[in-house]
Design a protein around this ligand. Sequence first.
Ligand code: GDP
Ligand code: MG
Length: 318
Amino acid sequence: MEAEPIQARTGLVAILGLPNVGKSTLLNQILGVRLVAVSPRPQTTRNRILGVKNLPPSPQDGGDSLPVQIVFIDTPGAQQGTSALRRYMREESLAAAGDCDVALVLIDASERDQQAPARMGQGEAAAMRAMLDAVKAPRLLLLNKIDQVAKTQLLPIIEAWNQAGGWEEIIPISASSGDGVDRVLQAVVARLPVGPRLFPEDMVTDRAERFLAAELIREQLFRQLGEEVPYATAVTVESFEERAGRGDVVIGAVIHVERESQRPIVLGKGGRRIKEIGARARQAISELLACPVHLRLFVRVTPGWSREQRGIREMGYE
Ligand code: GDP
Ligand code: MG
């Protein structure tokens, strides 16, 4: 006879919002590990990524004393633009929006044009609307980056978003400091259905370690390369060898650029840039995998990978 599956409060929670509002920062803060790439530049996140948070039963969950498993979906966010990569990113976000039990919608409360719905630019408002139209689940509005907002400013922002309606709760947070994040978790748990756990309890993400390694290399490209170059790059992990005897991992990865002229930018003077990218990425991957990592990076010119459907599929965006 098979054992009854353990019941839990569990469901899918989509993290939605415009680029650069702090969606990935929030997921990392909740999970307590650096799982997804975060950078000050928009469009750092390209794929949907699941992050699984398990919690013990708590008195706040309606008194049913069930364990909690929240499956967060980090998304690239509401996208404008028509390239194959942008289209792919938009579809990833809409799929998550349409397929969740609770939607967390972030805005950047430190940005003047996000402090009221009426202040948003046309393109951004339209991208937000398309995303929200796809959501059938309850919506929580998270006003993020309140560490950058004066206390006296906060109330009018809450009021402006409240008047627009459509939110079950409005919660001010700072994803980077963790301020308000407990309230978000409570609000989410209260709205989750009861059912069997979706994932094993020790699983933090649905992404293979190879993908996560590529993600952390890409994070360094976004942090260390200026201007448009990061947007012209993709990373593929070509080899990933766990050496059981030594307890370490050897990773070989390719950084793809679109044009020959971008190669020297990634390499830097005397190879110093690629060395720094490799050193930082290696450290982050090593922390994530909790073992020593050896990282070999190569730069390859793969013309037009972001414009063509075939190109983005080969880079793992499908
Ligand atoms: P995403 O594109 O929505 O996933 O945004 P990211 O998580 O990549 O964050 C974009 C930028 O905002 C990064 O530079 C973050 O460090 C910064 N950021 C995120 N949350 C906060 C916050 O609560 N306060 C401040 N001051 N910065 C934040
Ligand atoms: Mg992101």
